[in-house]
Design a protein. Structure first.
Length: 78
């Protein structure tokens, strides 16, 4: 993540996408799965401006078979 006016901060997360027993995790529609994982629940965006997020997969298998896209969702806490 890069905040306005700052250098890039990196952090690694181990996010399970599938299990050997059940296969892909999350809800499915045909062959598309949505699997939401809460990451950094305490993060606050205090600076006004554009924030940039970069995702990188660091698995031994590159590219990951059958994974075509990932995304980031930022939600306001209620």
């Amino acid at each position: 993540m890069q905040q306005p006016g700052d250098s890039v901060r990196s952090q690694r997360f181990n996010l399970a996408l599938a299990t050997n027993e059940k296969g892909w995790m999350g809800s499915a529609m045909d062959d598309i799965y949505e699997h939401r994982v809460l990451v950094q629940p305490q993060t606050k965006f205090k600076k006004i401006g554009d924030y940039h997020f970069t995702l990188e997969q660091i698995m031994r298998e590159d590219p990951l078979k059958h994974v075509l896209d990932v995304g980031v969702r930022v939600e306001k806490v209620k």
